[in-house]
Write a protein that binds this ligand. Structure first.
Ligand SMILES: [Zn+2]
Length: 316
């Protein structure tokens, strides 16, 4: 079984190489632009940025994701979504960051900041400096997409984005990918139906449901991963990618009035998430009815309906 899986993963890596181009190529055989920042030469980067000055920063970590998924799921998932969004809407994609706030108390998990640490001593500072460097180099919008999402990780990412938007004078969005697909019924999980379906679509050779055995599954949270399907993953992916692509196109064009409305909505959201526990350790308090209250967040964000987002936050 191990040998068979390794073979399948090798083929998966080859397929990914074909899709996104070899390190020296600027476009693959289907004519898709190279959008990975680490594989761009200055000339191509400047051409890409002249058309759309948005940069994506995918986030994840190394964390147990059940026996059926790979350990880097969060980051590789976020990276793949950002690549597709950049190819569709424009912009470039910074290399994924493996490391963040929290993680399960399971084998093979790296925990860089404690699980409920909304003060984050590592991720927050790293993101701040990344944003400063991105703005200094000339990007006009930043989209930080986290595929890893404990409550504190989500708060740190969104709060940092809001603060850096204000400080740098360019829009910075910091959100988990599932917030862009709440209306597709994906409300965030851990290695369960949602994440596994996304991986079955994005990296089909990495998922092996036959390893799952019988429930309860170790280190899996959410709907039974045996109900996962590549089709569900495709549907969630298309919704997220389409909204990210729209944002990548629109965000660099926002004037200060639009930026202020965006920042105001995002600041209202993160303030609610941060303050809802009222000083206690229940960092998930503001997520209890997220599926209904924030159902339309992804559409509202892509359509620049920031006042509607603020109204939704009041229901959290
Ligand atoms: Zn995950």
């Amino acid at each position: 079984m191990t040998q068979r899986l390794e073979r399948r993963q090798f083929l998966g890596a080859a397929a990914a190489g074909a899709l996104f181009g070899s390190p020296s190529a600027q476009a693959d055989t289907a004519g898709r632009r190279e959008v990975r920042l680490e594989f761009l030469h200055p000339k191509e980067l400047e051409e890409t940025r002249a058309a759309c000055a948005t940069i994506f920063q995918p986030l994840g970590t190394i964390e147990w994701h059940g026996v059926h998924n790979v350990l880097g799921l969060d980051a590789v998932k976020a990276h793949a979504l950002c690549l597709r969004a950049a190819q569709k809407g424009g912009g470039v994609v910074s290399p994924p960051l493996f490391g963040g706030v929290g993680g399960l108390s399971e084998l093979h998990t790296f925990i860089m900041d404690p699980e409920d640490d909304v003060f984050s001593k590592l991720l927050r500072l790293w993101l701040e400096q990344l944003c400063r460097e991105m703005a200094r180099d000339g990007y006009r919008a930043i989209i930080i997409l986290t595929g890893h999402y404990g409550a504190a990780q989500q708060i740190v990412v969104r709060e940092t984005a809001v603060r850096m938007s204000r400080a740098l004078g360019i829009p910075v969005l910091g959100t988990p990918e599932y917030w862009l697909a709440l209306d597709e019924g994906y409300t965030g999980d851990h290695a369960a139906w949602g994440e596994t379906s996304l991986m079955m679509h994005l990296f089909p050779d990495t998922v092996d449901l036959s390893r799952l055995g019988k429930p309860p599954y170790q280190g899996v949270g959410g709907r039974d991963p045996k109900e996962s399907s590549a089709e569900d993953g495709r549907r969630i992916t298309e919704t997220i990618v389409s909204r990210l692509a729209t944002l990548a196109q629109r965000m660099p064009t926002w004037n200060y009035e639009m930026q202020d409305r965006f920042i105001d909505a995002e600041a209202t959201l993160v303030a609610k998430q941060l303050s809802a526990p009222r000083g206690k350790q229940q960092v998930w308090t503001a997520w209890r009815n997220v599926a209904t209250a924030m159902r339309d967040y992804g559409r509202q964000l892509a359509e620049e309906c920031f006042d509607e987002i603020k109204a939704s936050v009041a229901k959290l």
